[in-house]
Design a protein around this ligand. Sequence first.
Ligand SMILES: Nc1nc2c(ncn2[C@@H]2O[C@H](COP(=O)(O)OP(=O)(O)OP(=O)(O)O)[C@@H](O)[C@H]2O)c(=O)[nH]1
Ligand SMILES: [Mg+2]
Length: 386
Amino acid sequence: MDKGNVLVVGYAGVGKSTLIKAILGETAMKKPVPSKTKNDADFKVYENKSIPFRLIDTVGIEPGVFKERKAVSALRKWSGDTIKAGKDNQISVIWFCLDRLTAKLFPKTIEAFMDSVSVWKNVPIVVVITQSYTADDVNETEAIVEKAFLSKKKYATRLVDVVSVVAKPKTAEEGELIVPMGITELIELTNSLLPEGLQAAEKDIARYNLTRKRAMSHAVVSVATLAGITVGSVASPVVDVMLLKPTESLEIESIFKIWGIKKTKKAKEMLKLMVDIGTVSITGKMIASTLKVIPGVNIGAAVVNGFVSGAIVFALGEASAFVFEQIYSGKKTLDDLDWVKDVLDEKLTSSALDKVTSTVADVSKNADKKEILNMVASAFGKKALA
Ligand SMILES: Nc1nc2c(ncn2[C@@H]2O[C@H](COP(=O)(O)OP(=O)(O)OP(=O)(O)O)[C@@H](O)[C@H]2O)c(=O)[nH]1
Ligand SMILES: [Mg+2]
């Protein structure tokens, strides 16, 4: 199938590669598409068969006049070669990525940037503000970007939209969790900017975006599980599930945000029920006491308790993601509280217990938190994403 090509450019270290991974998934990143032009390590093409555009990751522009000039000429040269290589390789959309810090340089570099992509005449430009962690950051950055584009008519006509994204979860200093956002919106927007013959049908984009929401939920589960492991590692002698309550609340709220369900009174009731089930369940103590009787488990209490806590947070997160997906897709409603209770009960008792007890013996004695996270995820047949 023919695909559109999106050129992803911007300053070094703003999060271009992280964004591409969030959009195409981890598997796509392992195997760049062979280049039709001369192989150039600074320009890597990635694709996922379920999405109608490829993403071209470029080496980041480092601030500084000389370095900028070098980046501009590399991009111009690559573009020229690409145009010569034929119709399939044409660029349909340009994403210009910047974050809060590099935006400050933008008014001075917009000219060099526009020059670097000038061979792609009339190709729409989307500015992507990466690492948009706070509303203030976003507003300030958007204002700078818009002002710079409006400074000249030939720039203004090219800018189609400014999109703010968070590509992967971030733990803020206050312990708050900043959830991924803007990813599905950017996919929809980019699809709509492709030449008509290349655009995917709305329902196909919707189906793809469902997989992105799942991946984002899973990333939040990984981060929350790591937090749970940290909390559990200091618990002694057994885990008191009440200790995990703040982590669990944050996890459930964060996953809820990803699915974009409106926070009505009913939704709040459901969230409360879910946190209550997570903490009231006796799973934690049960698991810890079960472990003591497993022969051959020769690891310290901190590791065991970290593992157990991580497993509870993981199971609760995966169950929550499932619940919210069902509601998001209209298969269930916020009224189905009994169903939610059943789903969570099932995941937090017997099945979770079995999975945990069978693998904790494989955890090494001095495992660090990251290792424990990977073991927990693999006990559930998943890969950790943190
Ligand atoms: N938590 C979080 N970290 C991010 C996000 N975006 C970028 N980062 C981090 O910022 C750093 C730089 O991200 P990259 O994706 O490598 O940036 P890049 O633009 O590809 O950098 P170059 O290839 O060097 O130009 C990495 O440590 C990322 O983990 C995000 O949305 N959330
Ligand atoms: Mg990169």
